[in-house]
Ligand binder design. Structure first.
Ligand code: SAM
Length: 389
């Protein structure tokens, strides 16, 4: 209790978003608001780093405390008895959330099951689990369903199911990747327009969740004039940057098909930057070509983790583009800080997303999230000199 209070105090100091305690008092059932936008700022450029740190401490602390009190079997069974992904899969595939959205008053389970053509008793069981985990609130729907929950529950779980086989049998690993799963996740979604659309939109959804915009507050953008977003996707990072720093000339670079999607997304999300001509979209295959030449910053967000060490050295192409004062900024999913006593040094369950994302990269692409040292090795292979910020 003492730890929890301490950490909630940290939450209450946060600038911008309402404090955890104040938010908690507002809720009727002591459960968090089902609508994520009431807690998270609508303005995506707000620095959510402090909030993310408070959540990491809370999640780490409550898991650590309960595992001290509980029998070890209890902890292990909690870990294994986890079909949340399957339940989310049911909600997504049956479009339950869409029906809930059309009935803000909250339909009965019977009405809901009828609307999505599913068995009532079974629907109730699935919803019970999702409500327990705060994915749905009784009577309300979760508006902000993270799109890549679908890819995890439907596609990446296929790879995860056979992870042991791939670890004990190299031949299985190869044939599984070659035939059963069409190689890797990107190959799996290659010919599926809906899944590719989901993937790129999921990158947008994830950005705020992962504290991506913190760098907008912690790098001296005022001192530079040009940025290349290498592997930009449809614009998970650069539109908020364009809004916050109107002096920056931004170049988004990604595969040709993605650039078309990116222009459509910018038209919707940041049309003013397009009108000013501050943003350029230049297709690239970065495995073969260098990005545009001589810009101040080359920003790579969640790019290197898609490539095994041997292939990551292709990023040495960036070396051909940089000028004498250029910087390469890399954003990946890894935690560099050490938790305070008495927590586990790696924040325990507070680092859930980091370590699970590492497994996602393994299962889906045979790659990994790298530690700082491992990133430095990639950097050396690319002949970058590195400085930790
Ligand atoms: C994990 S996403 C990250 C997107 C974006 N940076 C973000 O953080 O939201 C990886 C991106 O790399 C792009 N990509 C993959 N292979 C590429 C290649 N050979 N050349 C250019 N872009 C590529 C993909 O299209 C995708 O948008």
């Amino acid at each position: 209790r003492h730890l929890a209070c301490k950490y909630l105090e940290i939450g209450s100091d946060l600038p911008g978003p309402p404090s955890a305690i104040a938010e908690y008092k507002k809720t009727e059932h002591g459960a968090p608001s089902a609508d994520a936008t009431t807690f998270y700022p609508l303005d995506l450029t707000t620095d959510t780093l402090a909030l993310k740190k408070a959540i990491r401490l809370l999640e780490g602390a409550y898991h650590q405390l309960s595992s001290i009190l509980a029998l070890p079997q209890h902890t292990v069974m909690n870990f294994v008895l986890n079909y949340n992904w399957a339940c989310i899969g049911v909600a997504l595939r049956s479009r339950l959330a869409d029906v809930l959205d059309q009935h803000p008053e909250g339909p009965s389970v019977n009405k809901l099951a009828e609307a999505v053509n599913l068995d009532k008793a079974k629907t109730e069981r699935v919803l019970r689990v999702l409500t327990l985990m705060s994915c749905f609130k009784e009577g309300l729907s979760l508006k902000h369903v993270v799109r890549n929950a679908r890819s995890h529950s439907q596609d990446i779980s296929q790879f995860a199911r056979v992870v042991y086989e791939t670890m004990i049998d190299e031949e299985f690993s190869r044939s599984h990747r070659k035939e059963g799963m069409k190689g890797n996740y990107y190959e799996l979604i290659k010919d599926d327009e809906e899944k590719r659309d989901d993937f790129h939109r999921a990158m947008l959804d994830q950005s705020n969740m992962m504290g991506t915009f913190a760098v907008l507050h912690h790098y001296p953008w005022d001192d530079i004039s040009s940025v290349v977003d290498v592997g930009s996707g449809i614009g998970a990072f650069s539109p908020p940057m364009a809004r916050m720093f109107p002096h920056l000339r931004i170049t988004d670079q990604d595969l040709p098909e993605v650039m078309v999607r990116a222009q459509n997304a910018w038209e919707k999300n940041a049309p003013e930057a397009l009108l000013d001509g501050r943003v350029k979209f230049i297709p690239i295959n970065f495995l073969e070509d260098a990005p545009v030449l001589g810009k101040d910053v080359y920003y790579l967000k969640h790019i290197i983790h898609n490539w095994p060490d041997a292939e990551a050295t292709t990023f040495r192409n960036i070396r051909k583009a940089v000028g004498p004062c250029s910087r390469v900024l890399i954003r990946e999913t890894n935690g560099l800080s050490v938790a305070p006593e008495p927590m586990l040094p790696n924040f325990g369950a507070g680092s859930h997303t980091t370590y699970q994302t590492d497994l996602t990269m393994w299962f889906a692409l045979n790659c990994k999230e790298r530690t700082l040292e491992e990133l430095n090795i990639v950097g050396q292979g690319c002949r970058w000199s590195s400085t930790l910020l």
